[in-house]
Design a protein around this ligand. Structure first.
Ligand code: AP5
Length: 218
């Protein structure tokens, strides 16, 4: 069972991927997380990726396809993949389809998480994560239970904001979403893979909907 979570920046893809991963022995493959790990390396390519991401632009198809391909090859012992933030272009979607076919697998379900643009800014500027384990929080919607202590790893080493979580970078990210990624909604609808959920519902309610939809396909 392989699932794609599709939606604009701040739709809740990462939050939901992590919750599903814990329950269903699936593996989250987030190209955003992979690129953030790559940009922290002091290589030439790492520096280029850092700049592109900080501005909110898309990294080249070749780089992200290679990252996804490497990670699929490394991970055989899971019940399926949750693609989070990938594919983001029609080229990436075709490449993923070929990659899956070459492994005798397929994309079984694509869930579009729909959120009004006006809500995204509030979600993005309020987001922070644990320095140690990366657990994601929100100032209003999901603060840590005990102030300054990560719910997940209990670290007291503090929290960080993402470099691209600014109003200016978000505008570019949204622009790129509508220009490059939103056509994938029609692409997967035509392939009869698409389901849409209301991304404005509470986190737990969305999780229940996604869990049922995913489990029905396992
Ligand atoms: P990436 O890391 O994929 O970022 P994104 O797609 O912009 O998505 P986000 O991580 O911002 O949001 P999310 O939907 O995961 O929301 P979250 O669950 O955190 O990509 C970053 C960059 O990497 C790109 O701009 C690009 O440069 C590059 N890149 C990545 N993949 C690429 C690709 N395939 N090709 C080319 N370039 C690529 O939730 C957001 C906040 O809202 C959190 O604080 C959360 O607590 C809160 N929240 C979540 N759900 C709810 C809810 N239901 N109600 C209230 N609050 C909620």
């Amino acid at each position: 069972m392989n699932l794609i979570l599709l939606g604009p920046p701040g739709a809740g893809k990462g939050t939901q991927a992590k919750l599903l991963e814990q329950k269903l022995n699936m593996l989250q493959l987030s190209t955003g997380d992979m690129l953030r790990a790559a940009k922290d390396k002091e290589s030439e390519i790492g520096k280029k990726i850092k700049l592109i991401m900080a501005e909110g632009n898309l990294v080249t198809d070749e780089i992200v396809i290679e990252l996804i391909s490497e990670n699929i090859d490394k991970s055989s012992k899971c019940a399926g993949f949750i693609f989070d933030g990938f594919p983001r272009t029609l080229y990436q979607a075709d490449a993923l389809s070929e990659l899956m076919s070459s492994k005798k697998q397929s994309i079984d379900l694509v869930i579009e998480m729909r959120v009004d643009d006006s809500q995204l800014i509030e979600r993005i500027v309020g987001r922070y994560s644990c320095k140690e384990c990366g657990e994601v929080y929100h100032k209003v919607n999901r603060p840590e239970q005990k102030k300054g202590v990560c719910d997940n790893c209990k670290s007291i080493n503090g929290f960080i904001f993402r470099e691209d979580d600014t109003e200016e970078a978000l505008r570019t990210r949204l622009f790129n979403y509508y220009r490059e990624t939103s056509s994938l909604i029609g692409y997967y609808y035509a392939k009869k893979k698409l389901t849409t959920v209301d991304g404005l519902l509470p986190i737990e309610t969305i999780h229940d909907l996604l869990y049922q939809a995913t489990k029905n396909n396992l």
